[in-house]
Write a protein that binds this ligand. Structure first.
Ligand SMILES: [Zn+2]
Length: 358
């Protein structure tokens, strides 16, 4: 949980946003006619700066100049619209090696015109900036930043960063999209992860427009979960592999952010037709069986819908040439998988999702 005062603030913000969306959607036509002085948005005070309506800025997040604070030299992008509207926050690079999301945030911000925008877009495209530069998932103190939110004063470096971001930036967010990829040596089908038991989060997830939503509230200490706990509707876009830029996954992410901005009434853009979402309430990893390590060669692929008993790949023991089949123990869609590589017993090979009613 956040500190009580922060929790109160973001809870109020969220209430404001939930009330705001239908109002904004209903007033698109009048707003399009041009902003009167009364409708003009105030400037935003953020991290010691004043960002005027109708402008966009990029600056480093530097809470102070001390040695201890130098680790937080992460970029902050802000586009402040001319007319009132919600504040959407994009976060990426929480895991420094997950580059697709970093580029989604950069492109989505670059194409946002503050003079056309309603409300505010805040992007933290490389929260773990050192990790993005060096291709490292974790913080410089080897902590996982995505397990340290909301952070606390007096904590580890990761916890300090999380606390600083929570108290300085997240308090402004009415909705949040956190951008990720699969972890090392794995790849994910583009998907939204969201706590669909919360109606506002469910709507945000569906309106991203990918067509695949995997239910779950995320681990304790993750940015998305703790933001949601604080009352900010938050979802994750997961797509592709770490360490590389994958253009299809990046383009789909940018399109999803555009859809969310249209849904929130932040842009003139007509929201793309929202596809029927496959909402999966359950998922689990299929692992290499005990004693069946070796070289993994998948035959199934991301997006395949498999039945119980289907063969998904083989593992060959290079010492004995014994070959083991990887068999689906249940039916579902493959939403994540390991790439071909040497694997040991218990290694997670295929992530399968299915409907609770199946
Ligand atoms: Zn991640």
């Amino acid at each position: 949980m956040l500190q009580p005062d922060i929790y109160d603030i973001v809870t109020k913000l969220r209430c404001r946003m939930l009330a705001f969306v239908p109002v904004v959607l209903a007033s698109l036509v009048t707003a399009a006619a041009g902003a009167s002085a009364a409708e003009r948005l105030d400037s935003l005070q953020l991290l010691g700066r004043e960002i005027a309506a109708g402008t966009s800025v990029k600056f480093p997040f530097i809470p102070d100049r001390s040695f201890e604070a130098s680790y937080l030299n992460t970029p902050v992008f802000v586009a402040r619209g001319l007319t009132p509207g919600p504040t959407l926050c994009l976060t990426a690079g929480v895991h420094g090696d997950e580059l697709n999301g970093v580029e989604v945030a950069r492109r989505a911000f670059a194409q946002t015109d503050p003079e056309e925008l309603r409300g505010t877009l805040i992007a933290l495209p490389a929260i773990n900036a050192a990790g993005v530069r060096t291709g490292t998932r974790y913080m410089s103190d080897r902590r996982d930043l995505n397990r340290t939110f909301p952070g606390r004063e007096g904590g580890s470096v990761g916890s300090l960063i999380a606390h600083s971001i929570t108290t300085n930036v997240l308090i402004h967010c009415d909705a949040l999209v956190d951008l990720h990829t699969a972890s090392n040596q794995r790849t994910n089908l583009p998907q939204i992860r969201a706590d669909i038991s919360d109606p506002a989060i469910r709507e945000l997830a569906i309106h991203f427009g990918l067509g695949i939503v995997v239910a779950g509230s995320g681990p304790d200490g993750s940015l998305r979960r703790e933001a949601a706990n604080a009352g900010i509707p938050a979802i994750i876009y997961e797509a592709g592999e770490p360490f590389r830029f994958q253009l299809d996954e990046i383009e789909r992410g940018v399109q999803g952010v555009e859809n969310v901005m249209a849904y929130l009434g932040m842009t003139e853009q007509v929201e793309r037709k929202v596809p029927d979402s496959r909402i999966y309430e359950r998922s689990r990893w299929i692992r290499a069986a005990r004693g069946q390590g070796g070289f993994f060669f998948p035959t199934a692929d991301l997006g395949d819908v498999v039945q119980s008993g289907d063969m998904l790949g083989t593992i060959v023991d290079p010492f004995t040439d014994a070959s083991f089949e990887v068999i689906a123990p249940l039916a579902g869609e493959i939403i994540g998988m390991a790439v071909p590589q040497p694997v040991l017993s218990g290694y997670a090979l295929f992530h399968i999702a299915w409907h609770a009613s199946d």
